[in-house]
Design a protein around this ligand. Sequence first.
Ligand SMILES: [Zn+2]
Length: 145
Amino acid sequence: MSTEQVVCPHCLAVNRVPSERLKDDPKCGKCHKPLFVDHAIEANSAMLQKFMQKSSIPVVVDFWASWCGPCKMMAPIFNQAAGMLKGEAQLLKVNTETEQAISAQLGIRSIPTLIVFKNGQEVGRTAGAMNLQNLIQWIKQFTNQ
Ligand SMILES: [Zn+2]
């Protein structure tokens, strides 16, 4: 039986979840809240690093800024994708204005930039806004489904 490591978006505990249970709305063993939520999780750099280092399922991060028009257009689409990908991937958003150090460290040059992390490594990166269909398709290449 294979298990996946999933970071709780509420208390940041690292949970081990059997792969076949991922779609059954698994709860955090520590705070008992759902591990997968219907919207993108707003993360600061400490949260982001925890997800980057500890998650074995794809963590998709949207680097955005309040002055960026395409970012604003994509925000509701990104939230919708989070709901559709519950059990497969976790979607995070990071404000590049308040989290400048980590954004620079990751070499974010244009926004929106999307980066996918899995098992402590960057496995995918793209820049520019996407529609829902393209976004889901792009993320699906990193999931097991
Ligand atoms: Zn928790």
